[in-house]
Each structure stands twice: as C-alpha cells, then as structure tokens.
Write a protein that binds this ligand. Structure first.
Ligand code: CAA
Length: 379
C-alpha cells in the first residue's frame, strides 16, 4: 500500500482545510445552537467543487478519487460536521449512485446540477419501521404502465427540506421482497410530495433532517434507476461507499477534538505546570492519537480498495465501525481534558461529542457494520 499522497490530493486537503477555517468556523456554534441550515456555506462548497468531487468532469464534477474525497471530508468535519453530512450524502449516496447506475438521460438532467452543488440531493431509504431492517420497505411504487404511483413515509432524511432531488426507495413487488424494491428520482415539485416535520437533534444540528410524505406521487418510468427490482442493490452499493464518507466524517470530528485538546493541554496550567506534563493527560493524548491514526489507516485502505475497483464492502464497514467509536471516545476525553471549559459551548468539544454520536447510527449502525463484516468473513 502506498501511504504517500499525490500533489493533487494534498492540494485538495489544503483547500478544504483553508475553506473550513475561513468559511465554516465563523458561526459554527450559532448554527448548531439555533439549528440553522448552512445554506450559504453549502453554496460555497459547491463553488469549491466539494459537492460532486468524484463525479466525472463531463457531468460537472471534480473527477477526483476517493482518497481526495476522504481528505476533504475529514478537513471539513474537523470544523463543522453538519456541513460534512450535507456533503457526504450529496457525494456518496446521490451523485455516485446516479453516475454509476443512472441512464445517460438521468445523468445529463439530474447529476450535473447536483455535482456542481446547484441542487442538493437526498437519499430516502429509512422509514418509521425500516431503519436497520432496510429490506422491510413499506413505501410502495405501483407500476401503472408509463409511470409509478408512490405512497408512503420516509424518516430521518438528511437534507430533507434543503434538497431539490430525492432518491426514493419503494416496494413495487412485495412477493419478491428486496428484489422487488426500486429506486426513483423524485423532485420536490412533484404533486403529492410533502416535506414533513424537522427533527430536533442531539448533534449535527445545522443539517436539516425531516420526514417526507408521498401521496399518489406520479413518477415517470424514466425516473426509475436501473432495471426493475434493482433498488436494494443500488442502496447497498451506495452505502458501501457512503460508509467511507461517514468514517471520514468521524475521523474529522475526532481530529478536530484532538487538536483542540493538544493545544489546550499545552496552555492550561494546573498544580504549577501545563496539564500536558501530567501523565494522566499525556496518556489520554497518546490513546486518542493512536486510535485516530488507526482510523485514518482503515479509512484510507477502504478508499484505496474502492479506487482500485476491488471489493471494499468489509473494509468500509470496518472503517466506519472503528472511526465512529474513536470519534465518541476521543470527544469524551477531549471534554475531560478541557474540564469545565469543555462542558461549555465556546470550546467546541461538547458540540463535537454530540456530533460524533450520529456516526455510530446513520448509514448503518455499528451493529449493522458488524453484520456486514461478519457475513463477509463467514461467506
Ligand atoms: N453490499 C452489497 N450488497 C449487500 C450488502 C452490502 N453491504 N449488504 C447486503 N447486501 C445484499 C445481499 O447480498 C442480499 O442480496 P441478494 O439477496 O441478491 O443476495 C441483499 O442485500 C439482502 O441482504 P440480506 O439477505 O443479508 O438481508 P438482511 O435483511 O438480513 O440484511 C442489511 C440486510 C445488511 C441489514 C441491510 O438491510 C442494511 O445494510 N441495513 C442498514 C441500512 C442502512 O445503512 N441505512 C442507512 C440509511 S441512509 C442514511 O443514514 C443517510 C444519512 O442520513 C446520512
């Protein structure tokens, strides 16, 4: 495995770092507190090319590899994980799937605006009774000849009210179980499509998470992605790559909290010396740094396999499982190192701890990652 980055990859990392520090850091605490969607920041992320990084330039994307995407995602999430999830869903779950599995017509019409960040995408798989158990889709898509009629409810949809293009999963043939699921491109102007309530969340509070309701939404047949019954394979396929993005988000949160803790520990004095000189703190820093480095290597390995077009199912699940646990552990320790200051908003680390928790839940809980890993080991 080559562990050195190319000049292009390093340039992307630097651009993302600078962007995060100048554009995302100001106001990040207020956006979290008041649950303000970072519309202006996301618009600028589109201009910078962060919304469709891996999409080919032919469709308005950056034509970059997964490693560059991981590096950029980590830098963005070191500062603002809410912006990170908007970016991750758009890049991995929407653009990547559309480019790989969409028709030429779908790519021309829907992918280009998404890749340029002119339109935001949403991935609509989860339902009130189908979260981890994603094959149990209750939303239906009745085949009516030249169109489908969609009915049902989706839950916890990232970018729920800020998106323009929604990839909606629905059951067309119940008898066929997951082989009867289809994925459709739905736009927010389609009659019968209603954006439901906004969730009030523990973390990533700048991102907007909504329920969505579909009542007799007429979706043209040409908006189905892939062959009839391909939907669940599409969902699993994009989630394998999405999990690399969420692992990078977790790594970003952990790294952001660690860097703040390292700096603070060299400034804050207790018992006459900087607290970093107390072994109790120094050992915490050592554990944090080690787990961060292990996460980074697992993520880069998954990204490397994806770029090499090898199977990365197990690698991406391992990366997400480990990096999300690391994000939780590191952010909790970051608060401990900051003491009373860590418990208040100005020092950022309490927000990072709240943001970290979701990385163990969305795009497959840690328990689901263990299912994916163990099934791969035992197959
Ligand atoms: N990659 C490719 N294919 C996969 C797969 C993977 N990781 N996991 C399962 N599959 C395939 C199986 O091979 C099988 O296909 P065939 O029948 O054609 O062989 C099919 O999917 C069904 O799999 P199982 O028979 O194993 O079904 P199951 O019900 O026992 O388990 C599951 C399926 C792995 C648990 C799956 O439901 C799952 O991944 N659940 C988690 C869903 C999830 O990640 N949701 C995230 C929501 S989106 C989100 O969070 C976005 C956001 O807001 C940021």
């Amino acid at each position: 495995m080559n562990l050195t980055f190319t000049e292009e990859q390093l340039a992307v990392k630097e651009a993302a770092k600078e962007f995060a520090e100048t554009e995302l850091l100001p106001g990040v605490i207020e956006r979290d507190e008041k649950e303000i969607f970072p519309a202006e920041q996301v618009r600028k992320m589109g201009e910078m090319g962060f919304m469709g990084m891996m999409v080919s330039p032919e469709y308005g994307g950056g034509g970059m590899d997964t490693i560059s995407y991981v590096l950029a995602m980590t830098e963005i999430c070191k500062v603002d994980a809410s912006c990170g999830v908007v970016m991750s869903v758009n890049n991995s779950l929407v653009c990547w799937g559309l480019e790989k599995y969409g028709s030429e017509e779908q790519r021309q019409k829907y992918l280009a605006p998404l890749a340029k960040g002119e339109v935001i995408g949403a991935f609509c798989l989860s339902e009130p009774e189908a979260g981890s158990d994603a094959t149990s889709q209750r939303t239906t898509a009745e085949d009516k000849g030249d169109y489908y009629l969609i009915n049902g409810t989706k839950n916890w949809i990232t970018n729920g009210n800020s998106a323009g293009t929604y990839i909606v999963y629905a059951q067309t043939d119940k008898e066929k179980r997951h082989h009867g699921i289809n994925a459709f491109i739905v736009t927010r102007d389609m009659p019968g499509f209603v954006i439901g309530k906004k969730e009030k969340k523990l973390g990533i509070r700048g991102s907007d998470t909504h329920s969505l309701m579909f009542t007799d939404v007429k979706v043209p047949k040409e908006n189905r992605i892939g062959e009839d019954g391909f939907g669940f394979k599409l969902a699993m396929g994009v989630l394998n790559g999405g999990r690399i993005g969420i692992a990078a988000q977790a790594l970003g949160i952990a790294t952001g909290a660690f860097e703040r803790s390292l700096k603070y520990s060299k400034e804050r004095k207790a018992f006459g010396v900087e607290i970093s000189k107390h072994q109790a703190i120094a050992f915490k820093l050592a554990d944090m740094a080690t787990n961060i480095e292990a996460s980074r290597l697992l993520i880069l390995n998954a990204a490397r396999l994806k770029d090499a077009k090898k199977d990365y199912t197990k690698a991406s699940a391992m990366a997400k499982l480990f990096a999300s646990q690391t994000a939780m552990d590191v952010t909790i320790e970051a608060i401990q190192i900051h003491g009373g200051y860590g418990y208040v908003k100005e020092y950022h680390v309490e927000r990072m701890m709240r943001d970290a928790k979701i990385t163990q839940i969305y795009e497959g809980t840690s328990e689901i990652q263990k299912i994916v890993i163990s099934r791969d080991l035992l197959k």
